[in-house]
Design a protein around this ligand. Structure first.
Ligand code: HEC
Length: 142
């Protein structure tokens, strides 16, 4: 009897949390979905790679990009604008950059129009944030 009441209380508390969580998240910022972000990343793959075998291409490889200093790969030929931007990439600066690259880093060589959709930006950032500097994913094994 008591156990059942307790279970019900937990159930209701769980429901309340489940219902509130998305509200809280959207009030602050958009929560990204890494799986959906993998699809968005196809737009970047003309120039960028991530993962253990990632190499620089037209754009720098993006392993460990969240927390990385902008323009900091020694073996990539960045624009002076990117090198001197003083940015350390986090979710916020990445989102601003990806929304309008040439406005956020004036003089960047990244020839990409941008992702106007905030959800797409959040998704691709969530996808990229899974890769550490060596390109290994920190996501739990499937
Ligand atoms: C047409 C090629 C191209 C496409 C498409 C492209 N990029 Fe880039 N990206 C570049 C180049 C070139 C640079 C270096 C810019 C510079 O030095 O000014 C760059 C730089 C970056 C940086 C900064 C890297 C660093 O080391 O500081 C990030 C982050 C980035 N791109 C993310 C993306 C994402 C995410 C997408 C897809 C939504 C994308 N890019 C699409 C060419 C591209």
């Amino acid at each position: 009897m008591q156990a059942a009441a307790l279970r019900r209380a937990f159930y209701i508390a769980g429901l309340a949390i489940a219902m509130l969580a998305p509200v809280c998240a959207s009030a602050q910022d958009t929560t990204g979905d890494p799986a959906a972000g993998e699809t968005v990343f196809r737009k970047c793959m003309a120039c960028h790679r991530v993962g253990p075998d990632a190499r620089n291409a037209a754009g720098p490889e993006l392993n460990g990009i969240v927390g990385r200093q902008a323009g900091s790969l020694a073996d990539f030929n960045y624009s002076p604008a990117m090198k001197d931007s003083g940015i350390t990439w986090d979710a916020e600066s990445l989102s601003s950059f990806l929304e309008a690259p040439r406005q956020f880093v004036q003089g960047t060589r990244m020839a990409f129009a941008g992702l106007p959709d905030a959800q797409e930006r959040a998704n691709v950032i969530a996808y990229l944030s899974q890769f550490d500097a060596e390109g290994n994913t920190t996501a739990p094994a499937q």
